[in-house]
Design a protein around this ligand. Sequence first.
Ligand code: FAD
Length: 386
Amino acid sequence: MLRAETHRWDIMQTGAFMSNDRIIIVGAGMAGATTAYHLTRKGERNVVLLEKEKVAGAQSTGRNAAILRTMIPTPVYYRLACESAKFYFSPPEGFSSELLVDRIGVYLAATSEHTATLNAWCDENPDPDVLRGDASPVYELIPYIAPGLQVTAYKANDGILDVHSILQGFIRGACRSGAELCLGRLFKNLKTRNGRVLGIETSEGFMEASKVVIANGGWASVSTSFDGYGLPFAPYRRHLIVTEPLSQVSPRWPVIWIVGAEFYFRPESGGLLMSGCDAVRVTTEQGEITDHAEIERIAEKAALWLPSLSSAGIARAWAGMRTFAPDEMFVIGKDPRLEGLYWVAGLGGHGITCAPSIGSIAADWIVDGRCDHWAAATFAPNRLVK
Ligand SMILES: Cc1cc2nc3c(=O)[nH]c(=O)nc-3n(C[C@H](O)[C@H](O)[C@H](O)COP(=O)(O)OP(=O)(O)OC[C@H]3O[C@@H](n4cnc5c(N)ncnc54)[C@H](O)[C@@H]3O)c2cc1C
């Protein structure tokens, strides 16, 4: 992920801008990066992207499955994912020299027991690009899958995201337009007075700002960090494993998502990346600690669904946080309680897929004080404020 030395990063010393119109974004994961990018696209120059780690994207953004799956059952996410995919397929000039999506395709598949669930997912979001049928194409491509799948839904344009290049594209684009990436500095608390933001307390002292954007992933749940203005976020831990290289695996295999079995896999590094879709409520201290019982459960699902490949060793295993608001909708926009406070958090399991739209919605709120995007009201933080 992105390292400090590639960017000027100490705005405190540049003196290039008046600090009282500064916008500080807390967290240089995908949420913070896309917000910084879109703020600068709207002409904001005095933007600081503040990160506690020495590299950007070290937490959930660097620990996910990197799958672009637009076939999401929740209609608002389905639509947002399709909108964001357009950005990834044709990013603005100069965003990245890399291909941002490897379109290997995604199959949803189900046994007869879960056919109704799969059909309901697809019926919610009619899409002419989704091919629905029996499971024969999956068995032709991957004969190692256990028998029993009956129906499938296939989208050829979905696939694997190049998360590193996407994050770099957003941060580089923002920094080229004047934003500062400030690494290795911990946000400690908001500083407020008379119902408005004054700035933030950090590990290196106070930083003045007229606007503060909370984009710190699982740490948005640490209610003591917001001077009493916290929101009820909850991080849930999920594990991924990557097997050792397997001669049977082709890097062109599609992503296979077995609906109802809570199991998905895709090619990675010559082997397979797999998840058992675990979701255990954790604290931020537990969020990245690997639980061996969960790794075992992934191995059990692999033995069930890919019996002839299941003797493969595990090359890597890790865990990360998917963080949700109580209604599992993103939280993007202005906090109605405190002038100058904004949230870009609770991105759950779709934060990479939907990042282009997330940053655009956030920047509209921050710069214009309003947002006309069709999903803006659904994501607005006021729904969580009692
Ligand atoms: C196992 C797993 C699989 C997933 N698979 C997918 C997928 O296939 N497709 C998809 O679209 N999404 C997926 N996701 C979800 C996706 O990873 C997240 O939605 C996204 O990364 C959230 O980005 P973020 O910027 O909000 O959080 P993060 O990436 O966690 O960024 C938050 C940043 O804030 C920093 N920070 C925290 N506290 C402070 C502080 N006090 N001071 C300064 N900085 C601070 C952190 O260090 C971190 O860099 C998956 C997630 C997991 C865990």
